[in-house]
Design a protein around this ligand. Structure first.
Ligand code: GCO
Ligand code: CA
Length: 263
């Protein structure tokens, strides 16, 4: 009976940026808990179609929609289409994001702005238009995908850290404004996971690879599937009174200052 708390049958979940990486891993977890997944990406229809096939091969109900989360007009049209063709969106995951690894003093303003646009402004745009239906239905959940850079700085990722730190406060403010409509807005803060996004800094022999294993109490890179539990919890009735919280899934990184390399 207590497991029903985590059941997502009959729920429609839009996961932006769910053709690969952490978005796909979380969406698969949600799909395996019974949700219908709205798969989104913006690179090509082919990539979306391929991703949808991957979900379906696992017995997950999935439908793909290509749109750019940073373009308000596209977002409005896509949400209208999804809600007409599939079902009202019960849960929104603002997952789509980019990173640019450039020292701040060398970063072009246009690069900085692009990161802020996709990682911070887009969650606002998509939420603004999805929440309208949620308010009408007096029910909904929004999960914003944050980062270790929501809390910590790191060389070269200044724009990303500014965006992800901002996303935490946007999460709290959304919770402040929308909780009264029975909408829960929370975040997930992944630690360091083995994905294509971290591939360039994970390569064997890259100093960052050893550093992250040393810096993480669990002493390893995260497996993307380890995010499914947090994703299901924050999408399900198990979290109906959880609001404005960032759930870090980081193998203990934020619990510790770290340790010398010989310990
Ligand atoms: C980096 C990484 C991070 C991670 C993640 C950490 O360059 O430091 O890519 O940004 O992707 O967001 O939580
Ligand atoms: Ca439904």
């Amino acid at each position: 009976m207590s497991l029903n708390l985590f059941d997502l049958k009959g729920k429609t979940v839009l996961v932006t940026g769910s053709t690969h990486g952490l978005g796909m891993a979380m969406a698969k977890g949600l799909g395996n808990a019974g949700a219908t997944i709205i798969v989104n990406g913006n690179s090509s229809q082919e990539k979306i179609d391929k991703a949808v096939e991957t979900y379906k091969a696992e017995g997950i109900s999935a439908i793909g929609y290509k749109f750019n989360v940073a373009e308000e007009k596209e977002v409005i049209a896509a949400i209208e289409k999804i809600e007409k063709e599939v079902a009202p969106i019960d849960v929104l995951f603002n997952n789509a994001g980019i990173i640019k690894r450039i020292p701040l003093e060398k970063m072009e303003v246009s690069d900085f702005k692009q990161v802020i646009d996709i990682d911070l402004v887009s969650p606002f745009i998509v939420s603004k238009h999805v929440v309208k239906g949620m308010i009408k239905r007096k029910q909904g959940k929004i999960v914003n995908i944050c980062s270790m850079m929501t809390e910590l700085g790191r060389n070269t990722v200044g724009a990303y850290a500014a965006a992800k730190g901002g996303l935490k406060m946007l999460t709290k403010n959304m919770a402040t404004e929308w909780a009264k409509h029975n909408i829960q807005v929370n975040g997930i803060g992944p630690g360091y996971f083995a994905t294509s996004q971290t591939e360039p800094i994970r390569k064997d022999g890259h100093p960052f690879n050893d550093f992250i294993i040393q810096r993480t109490p669990a002493a390893k890179w995260g497996d993307p599937n380890d995010l499914a539990g947090a994703a299901i919890f924050l999408s399900s009735s198990a979290s109906n009174f959880v609001n404005g919280h960032i759930l870090y899934v980081d193998g203990g990184i934020l619990a510790t200052i770290g340790k010398p390399s010989n310990e």
